[in-house]
Write a protein that binds this ligand. Structure first.
Ligand SMILES: *Cc1c(COP(=O)(O)O)cnc(C)c1O
Length: 487
């Protein structure tokens, strides 16, 4: 039924433009406030885009988490929800959708992705354990370490290159994996974790070929594989585009092939099904029973897991829609457009374009700002000031402080600009590109940040910072000079 590039639309002019294969039926009014108000808002928010009020935000590109547009069918399904503490029909409809799409029979519902990480980490990780993975996610690492585990990122040499044409920068390095297991001993490796569309390195996918190689090593040692499937739909889309064997496969078949290679699948449905919630899926009764009792303890009864039944209904529909080429290709298509245009302007962005957002390399963009002054955080604040667009810092602010008081400098300093599914239009995307271009031409005006209030755990969420000089005021003055009274 579906063939390669089944969503491809060519323009007579030759221009490469992503075309929306949906229409707008419900809208939300946005504010684009004057630059003085934007400066006040970011100062009030401690130069942390997490602490902005969306009333002050124009394009909210903070995250794709819980912000994808929902479909008419999802919204309709929410009215059929079955309110019941135990045995809700809504749960069984969601269970069936998960069984269909992921091919796993046993389902544990949880309130969001990190809740799945809590349960998996508590169940399988003991002090001294090491967990190999392609790359960590913030909440994953925190949960594993709280339980005494240590994470090892065994990505390939391509993974952290900003400019690359490698189709699968999310792959695991098989040699490093083997060496790690030999070094620490099989008994200390509870599982191998694979993260689809590897979030923190630019939404980069892995290939099924790589998964199969990991599976081979896992089988040799009797180690299980755990798949973080929060962004699995996009990873499957990239496999269809970039892995020859699957060029003519349906997204559904690709998803099943991926899931069949892993014992445990967990996900944040804030991403994968454009709703809110999460879950853990397996076919192994023993593994299921080990994890099961923690669900009523932390989440709620086994047929709702902390989610509202309305969200559960929408999750079932949203999961099915994730297997639709026109739905799953939209966000990657817009990201690719943005990345290619930014690249043409000489602005340093991660290539090839990945899932969930465009990633600007703040280390190059602000090569005059030392890493300990948080270039990615400074760039996020500067972009907000000049555009009202809210991105997310994915760099050293999102890292941790070591025991000696020094920052653990992040591998990459990225400004992530999320493109939630079917939310932004092409002219809004062009506005973002234009303002980033202006900012790049005026980059020498941007300075650093320093913490004024720093939480111990996951400091990037609530931490407050300040500019290290009056650079924000200088940036505003230049903006007014160039743009006059334009917003
Ligand atoms: C978002 C995300 C999580 C955590 O999910 P939440 O629903 O935000 O708790 C875990 N892993 C990955 C890859 C994610 O993108």
């Amino acid at each position: 039924m579906s063939s390669k590039n089944s969503t491809k639309i060519n323009f007579f002019s030759g221009e490469q433009v992503p075309v929306e294969l949906h229409k707008v039926r419900i809208v939300q009014k946005l504010n684009l406030k004057p630059i003085d108000d934007r400066l006040k808002a970011i100062e009030k928010g401690g130069y942390n885009t997490f602490l902005l009020n969306t009333e002050d935000v124009f394009l909210d590109m903070l995250t794709d988490s819980g912000t994808n547009a929902m479909s008419d069918n999802q919204l309709a399904s929410m009215h059929q929800a079955d309110d019941a503490y135990a045995g809700s029909q809504s749960f069984y409809r969601m269970e069936k959708a998960l069984q269909d799409v992921f091919g796993k029979e046993l389902i544990l519902p949880v309130h969001q992705g990190r809740a799945a990480e809590n349960i998996i980490s508590q169940t399988f990780i003991r002090p001294g354990h090491v967990i190999p993975m392609n790359y960590h996610f913030t909440t994953t690492k925190a949960h594993m370490e709280i339980n005494g585990g240590k994470i090892y990122e065994i990505y390939t040499d391509e993974a952290l290159k900003i400019k690359s044409s490698h189709p699968f920068k999310g792959n695991i390095d098989i040699d490093k994996l083997k060496k790690l297991i030999t070094k620490y001993g099989v008994e200390n490796v509870p599982f191998i974790r694979l993260e689809a569309s590897t979030n923190l390195i630019g939404g980069q996918p892995f290939s099924i070929e790589n998964m199969r190689e990991v599976r081979k090593v896992a089988d040799e040692h009797g180690i299980m594989m755990v798949l973080d499937a929060s962004l699995i739909g996009e990873n499957a889309w990239f496999i269809k585009q970039r892995e020859k064997e699957f060029a003519n496969s349906s997204i559904r078949d690709i998803l099943r092939t991926m899931c069949d290679l892993c014992e445990i699948i967990y996900f944040s449905s804030r991403k994968v099904s454009s709703t809110r919630g999460g879950g853990i899926c397996t076919n192994d009764k023993k593994l299921f029973m080990k994890m099961r009792d923690l669900v009523p303890l932390y989440e709620g009864f086994l047929t709702y897991g902390g989610m509202s039944v309305r969200e559960i209904e929408a999750m079932a529909v949203g999961l099915m829609e994730t297997t639709d080429d026109t739905v799953i290709s939209q966000s990657p298509g817009f990201i690719e457009y943005a990345v290619n245009e930014l690249d043409k302007l000489g602005i340093p962005v991660i290539t090839p374009a990945g899932a969930l957002g465009a990633h600007v390399d703040a280390m190059q963009f602000l090569d005059h700002v030392p890493q300990k002054e948080y270039p990615a955080g400074a760039l996020a604040a500067a972009l907000f000031i000049v555009s009202g667009c809210r991105g997310m810092e994915r760099g050293t602010i999102s890292s941790v402080r070591l025991d000696n008081g020094e920052d653990l400098l992040a591998d990459m300093e990225l400004l992530r600009l999320a493109f939630p599914r079917r939310v932004f239009t092409l002219s809004q995307t062009k506005f973002l590109i234009d303002r980033l271009n202006w900012l790049y031409q005026n980059r020498e005006l941007i300075g650093g940040l320093e913490f004024v209030e720093e939480p111990k755990v996951l400091r990037f969420f609530m931490g407050r910072l300040a500019a290290t000089s009056d650079w924000p005021q200088k940036l505003v003055a230049k903006f007014k000079k160039d743009f006059g009274d334009s917003l």
